[in-house]
Design a protein around this ligand. Structure first.
Ligand code: NAP
Length: 324
């Protein structure tokens, strides 16, 4: 039986691109995979890992004749990549991406999409702090959400086809308005990353002796922030450059709430602190009830049997890791 897509072109073959390549192949969703990336070292890595069938440094060549094209590069690179591939996009193709912001993607790319191509941006809420082709694994999307934000002119049959593609890789799929996506992700992903970058940055600025004690005793909470703050600097730079309004809106609310907590600590208002911490504990329970995390005690350690070859990061992230 032939696969739902004849040729998948992946532009960018880092963590997300390589995970799509592995999953699409494993679940029989594509007949052939063409891979394009910027650096020849990265292309060589992808070839050595046998992630695709065709490898090229010319993105337009990868796209030619593809019925599904997915951009898997940092959002800041979209415009220049699109300039190269737009003339090669085949009429009837589905053109998608995996970028962590969606309003910017629509605004930047929609005017450049040729007629007859269904533009259906996407965002898999799945990820780890690792980058590059070696970081990918086929199970990355299992049980995780993928949000699609179809352009108004995208054919509904193509939205259905792309939905099936993500479901085929194990995702749950939801369709959303791009602005709503950006607001939700600002608070669930972007602000948590900003907080982690900030707290780890504060430690980086401490005097050497205090810093070494923070590292020594990091298991008391700090190390969980260090994992998030180890995420790819270029990707996260682009997220904050391209989702500025939603991030600033949520950051405003966050700062107001932090001031309330600060005041409670300063005035010794134990009732206010306890009430707040009780509410947050209930949120944790609803995250577990929603299947986004397990209830197993977790002090940052993986739950994995020795015989399971799945990368430790995969196990942890399936249990509710950061998604970007
Ligand atoms: P990654 O592992 O760092 O891989 C990035 C890929 O993009 C590499 O193939 C890289 O190629 C290429 N690239 C980088 N800069 C480029 C440029 N200026 N022009 C052309 N190609 C360029 O990144 P990733 O984690 O897979 O992220 C890719 C996309 O997925 C991003 O848009 C991100 O927002 C989104 N996303 C990430 C996560 C996550 O947790 N990581 C989760 C959901 C969505 P070379 O090595 O050849 O330069």
């Amino acid at each position: 039986m032939s696969a739902p897509f004849k040729k998948l072109a992946l532009i960018g073959i880092g963590l997300i691109g390589s995970s799509i390549a592995l999953a699409a192949r494993r679940y029989g969703l594509v007949d052939a995979i063409a891979i394009a990336t910027r650096k020849s070292e990265t292309l060589d890595e992808a070839r050595a890992l046998e992630l695709g069938d065709v490898y090229t440094l010319d993105a337009a060549e990868a796209v030619r004749g593809a019925d599904l094209v997915i951009l898997c590069v940092p959002v800041g690179a979209y415009e220049s990549v699109m300039r190269a591939i737009a003339p090669a996009l085949a009429p009837g193709a589905i053109f998608s991406d995996v970028g962590s912001v969606k309003g910017f993607v629509h605004k930047t790319l929609a005017p450049m999409v040729p007629k007859g191509v269904s533009f259906i941006p996407g965002h898999p809420l799945a990820g780890t702090e690792h980058s590059g082709p070696k970081a990918g694994f086929a199970e990355l999307f299992v049980g995780r959400w993928c949000v699609l934000t179809p352009d108004a002119e995208a054919r509904s049959v193509d939205v259905e086809k792309l939905t099936k593609f993500w479901r085929g890789m194990g995702s749950q799929v939801e369709t959303m308005d791009p602005a709503h996506h950006d607001m939700v992700l600002a608070i669930t992903s972007h602000i948590p990353h900003l907080v982690a970058y900030n707290i780890v940055g504060t430690v980086a600025d401490l005097e050497a002796d205090t810093q070494s004690e923070v590292i020594k005793f990091s298991a008391s909470g700090f190390r969980d922030f260090t994992r998030i703050a180890a995420s790819d600097p270029v990707m996260w730079r682009d997220v904050f450059l391209t989702n500025r309004d939603a991030v600033l809106e949520m950051l405003g609310r966050f700062s107001e709430d932090l001031s309330v907590l600060q005041r409670a600590v300063r005035t010794g208002d134990g009732d206010a602190l306890e009430a707040m911490f009780t509410r947050t504990r209930a949120i944790r329970r609803s995250v577990i009830d929603a299947g986004q995390e397990t209830a197993a005690p977790d002090f940052g350690r993986p739950h994995q049997s020795d015989s399971d070859p799945t990368p430790v990061s995969a196990v942890r992230d399936h249990g509710g890791g950061d998604d970007a």
